[in-house]
Design a protein around this ligand. Structure first.
Ligand SMILES: Cc1cc2nc3c(=O)[nH]c(=O)nc-3n(C[C@H](O)[C@H](O)[C@H](O)COP(=O)(O)OP(=O)(O)OC[C@H]3O[C@@H](n4cnc5c(N)ncnc54)[C@H](O)[C@@H]3O)c2cc1C
Length: 337
């Protein structure tokens, strides 16, 4: 199944965000001949992501699909890469999931009784912990994956081996050994299927006296401790203007989330924006493209959770012809549209 190009390089991974980086490690550990290329500019997501992994998410307080398979796989992947790179990338932390009103709290309590939700839900938060909130649960199994350190160190690692280069690759249907991991930049070209990418803005803040031991999720946002009094705070969703420019409106929204989850007193260290690649909510898709080459995209808001498991599935498919669950196959997804 493996094809080799004229240059002798078997595979070219186009894009070195979370998707391309995870795939690169999967090919590397199998001894495959490949190179990885990134243009280091334009719209992207991994450079700004907070790396939050939250097993039970959203307004509906639902477990992420197939989390029972993807979370252990992601943790095993993080551990392996930590060993290879000699850095700490995964920071497990309990999550405080807070309900803004009685309806939300009633829904969360009902869901918490369901077997697939119960496994992640810990104690109900005490009155003094939820001042100003209708209720809350502690959630286990989550934490923060240091996405920026992961992609930066991965680039350095492969650069040192001469298999990473900065370049912009134009699409060519005749080159079948390219794997497109080009995130929202690729999706907005409409190549795979109709996409619904979302710009997100995020703050890095410094504050004293805020809870550093737990991630807080509520009020449509999250507050993720980084250590030494710093936090990532996010995030906004904007569907029309897909650019990398932080905006005044975004800042206003983030300030409101900060007030609810942390407090009024904080210093802004950075205000950044990125574009999430979305094809089907946050459920990724992989597979051969009818136009030539392969694709790995659509990680949405959950790249940290899904990228490792999807990269392994794609590596097995490309190298051994082992197809993944049909649910992840871009060809099946396109047929249903
Ligand atoms: C504000 C914000 C906060 C987020 N927070 C979280 C979070 O807490 N937890 C979580 O799990 N996820 C989070 N996400 C989502 C996460 O960032 C994405 O799911 C993930 O980063 C997508 O990775 P990717 O590799 O598919 O895309 P990208 O990171 O966009 O990478 C694609 C790469 O391809 C390159 N590229 C594109 N076209 C070309 C070309 N033609 N030639 C060469 N290179 C090319 C780009 O330069 C880019 O580096 C967040 C996203 C945003 C925007």
């Amino acid at each position: 199944m493996s094809e080799v190009s004229d240059s002798g390089v078997a595979w070219t991974i186009v894009g070195q965000g979370l998707a391309g980086s995870c795939l690169a490690w999967e090919l590397w550990r199998r001894g495959v001949n490949f190179c990885i290329v990134d243009r280091e500019g334009g719209i992207a997501a991994s450079r700004v992501a907070a790396g939050l992994v939250n097993p039970v998410t959203g307004k509906n307080f639902e477990p992420s699909p197939m989390i029972g398979e993807f979370l252990p796989e992601a943790l095993e992947f993080y551990r392996r890469i930590e060993e290879n790179l000699g850095v700490v990338l995964w920071h497990p932390l309990p999550i405080m999931r807070l309900a803004g009103n009685d309806d939300e709290w009633a829904k969360m309590q009902a869901k918490a009784a369901r077997a697939d939700v119960k496994v992640w839900v810990g104690r109900e938060l005490a009155k003094q912990e939820i001042d100003g909130w209708a209720g809350g649960f502690e959630i286990s199994g989550g934490g923060r994956f240091d996405v920026k350190m992961f992609v930066d160190r991965t680039r350095e690692f492969f650069q040192a081996q001469g298999i990473y280069r900065k370049d912009e690759i134009a699409f060519d249907r005749d080159v079948k050994v390219r794997v497109w991991c080009d995130g929202a930049a690729g999706l907005v070209l409409g190549r795979h299927a109709e996409a619904r990418c979302a710009k997100g803005e995020i703050l890095t803040v410094r504050a004293t006296g805020w809870d550093e031991a737990r991630i807080r999720v509520g009020a449509g946002g999250w507050l993720v401790p980084l250590g030494e009094g710093c936090y990532k705070l996010g995030s906004t969703y904007e569907w029309e203007r897909l650019d990398m420019e932080p905006s005044e409106a975004g800042l206003e929204r983030l300030r409101r989330i900060a007030m609810k989850l942390g407090g009024a007193d904080f210093e802004i260290i950075a205000h950044e924006a990125g574009v999430r690649p979305i094809l089907r909510r946050s459920e990724p898709l992989i597979g051969p493209m009818s136009e030539g080459g392969w694709m790995f995209n659509g990680l949405g808001s959950k790249g940290s959770l899904y990228a490792p498991g999807m990269a392994r599935r794609l590596a097995l498919w490309i190298l051994n012809g082992q197809e993944p669950e049909g649910h992840f196959d871009i060809r099946a997804f396109r047929k249903r549209l």
